[in-house]
Design a protein around this ligand. Structure first.
Ligand code: CTP
Length: 403
């Protein structure tokens, strides 16, 4: 999954011949999962039509401060667009627009939006080679960089004038990969490794039966996605679950029993900075697994159970630099039980769910958590989707890692 997935991209197109390439640029952003709005300077419409770009971006193209025909249109659309965007890219960025951006000129919607935008702004210059080398262009570029804007350098090659040199707008696929790499390099969990357990465990009774629980794995998978989206390399150790995950930073390790989960966790624990144990691990397993399917008989059947290893506790005992996070699913004396687990298992945080809270726990799309830290300080959260809960958990971890 691209780091651009779900991002709001504002593409500003100015009047250079390279504008014809922005159709492909919009397509690539959309393909990466981004939402795209396009702003065009009036003159850029001579190079590519708004219809092409609105069709590809699936949004109307913006180029005037307001639409005289539309009585609902308001004057402040540049502010809204600027605040809407997660990132803005001006491509192609002509010498004229670069110069205006440095001076705060805002005689078109693109420039006014640029001044309103609080997000990272990228610019991909495109012009003839002598214009690109001109001291005034160099000053513009230097100033924009000093503002914190990020340049995607022009390439070398044949230019529309027939001359050969530097000034070609970077190719759309290179623009997208430049932005992806730049975002990835700045993610707060970049360089961090996180171990996450998810789902239930199945403890075999015989070759066809097991003791399990209702955990779907949804919470753990959402945490894995949120961690990877913030740049972490994730080892996701999952019990049997129908959840799926596709992310280049997530390595999924499937296990079945508590014993297998224990072994997998210990295999990866020394490599990681953070371990989050969200799996619903069986506390007991049949003492003896029958080699053959147990046949039905008339009398009652007793299965003797023995405790499984407590994975979380064992990780707490071997903890070095890792941040160790447990989950507690409780039905009574929730806070008291969760706090005692923090101490008993040597945790940095515990995420408490109470089955008494409607919408929390197994098989639901939502969860309601209370986070308790090693000093037993509690923070209660609202009922949210598991996706939003996973983002809260990852944000707390980011804060813990960097305090
Ligand atoms: N856990 C574990 N290994 C086990 C059992 C639980 O690692 N064999 C982990 C879970 O992944 C979770 C935490 O321990 O992060 C708490 O699980 P829970 O079942 O609530 O706690 P227990 O310690 O089993 O206590 P109890 O069942 O008495 O509430």
């Amino acid at each position: 999954m691209s780091v651009l997935s779900g991002k709001k991209v504002l593409l500003g197109i100015t009047a250079g011949i390279a504008a014809y390439k922005t159709a492909n640029l919009v397509r690539l952003f959309i393909k990466s999962g981004a939402e795209v709005n396009v702003i065009m300077t009036p003159a850029s419409k001579d190079f590519i039509t708004p219809l092409t770009l609105s069709t590809l971006s699936k949004n109307p193209v913006h180029s005037t401060f307001y639409d005289k025909e539309d009585e609902n249109e308001r004057w402040n659309n540049h502010v809204e667009l600027g605040l809407w965007a997660d990132l803005m890219i001006v491509a192609p960025a002509t010498a004229n627009t670069l110069s205006k951006m440095t001076n705060g000129t805002c005689d078109n919607l693109l420039l006014a939006t640029y001044l309103s935008a609080k997000c990272p702004v990228y610019f991909a210059p495109a012009m003839d080679l002598d214009m690109y080398q001109h001291p005034s262009t160099k000053v513009s570029i230097q100033k924009l960089k000093a503002f914190g804007n990020i340049m995607i350098p022009a390439g070398y090659g044949e230019l529309a004038s027939g001359l050969v040199g530097e000034g070609r707008m970077a190719e759309p696929r290179d623009i997208v990969s430049f932005i992806e790499k730049d975002i990835a390099a700045k993610l707060p969990l970049r360089g961090k490794k996180i171990l996450i357990t998810a789902g239930p465990t199945y403890e075999a009774i015989d070759p066809v039966r097991f003791i399990g629980n209702h955990s779907s794995g949804k919470m753990g998978f959402e945490i894995a996605k949120s961690a990877a989206n913030q740049g972490a390399e994730v080892y996701l150790i999952s019990g049997p679950s129908s959840q799926t995950i596709e992310h280049s930073l997530v390595k999924r390790i499937d296990v079945t029993s508590a014993e297998e989960m224990y072994n997998a966790c210990h295999q990866y624990y020394s490599l990681v900075d953070v371990a989050i144990m969200s799996a619903a691990v069986a506390d007991y397993r049949p003492k003896n697994k029958a080699d053959q399917k147990i046949k039905k008989k008339d009398q009652t059947l007793t299965i003797e159970l023995e405790p499984t290893k407590d994975i979380l506790k064992s990780l707490g005992e071997r903890k070095k630099e890792q941040l160790l996070i447990g989950f507690a699913l409780e039905t009574t004396n929730e806070l008291e039980n969760a706090k005692s687990k923090v101490k008993r298992k040597n945790l940095d945080l515990i995420i408490l769910n109470s089955l008494r809270d409607a919408g929390a726990g197994f098989g639901t799309e939502t969860n309601k958590i209370t986070v308790i830290d090693a000093d037993l300080k509690e923070s209660a959260f609202e009922l949210k989707s598991k996706k939003e809960v996973s983002k809260d958990i990852i944000n707390i971890i980011i804060r813990q890692l960097y305090v």
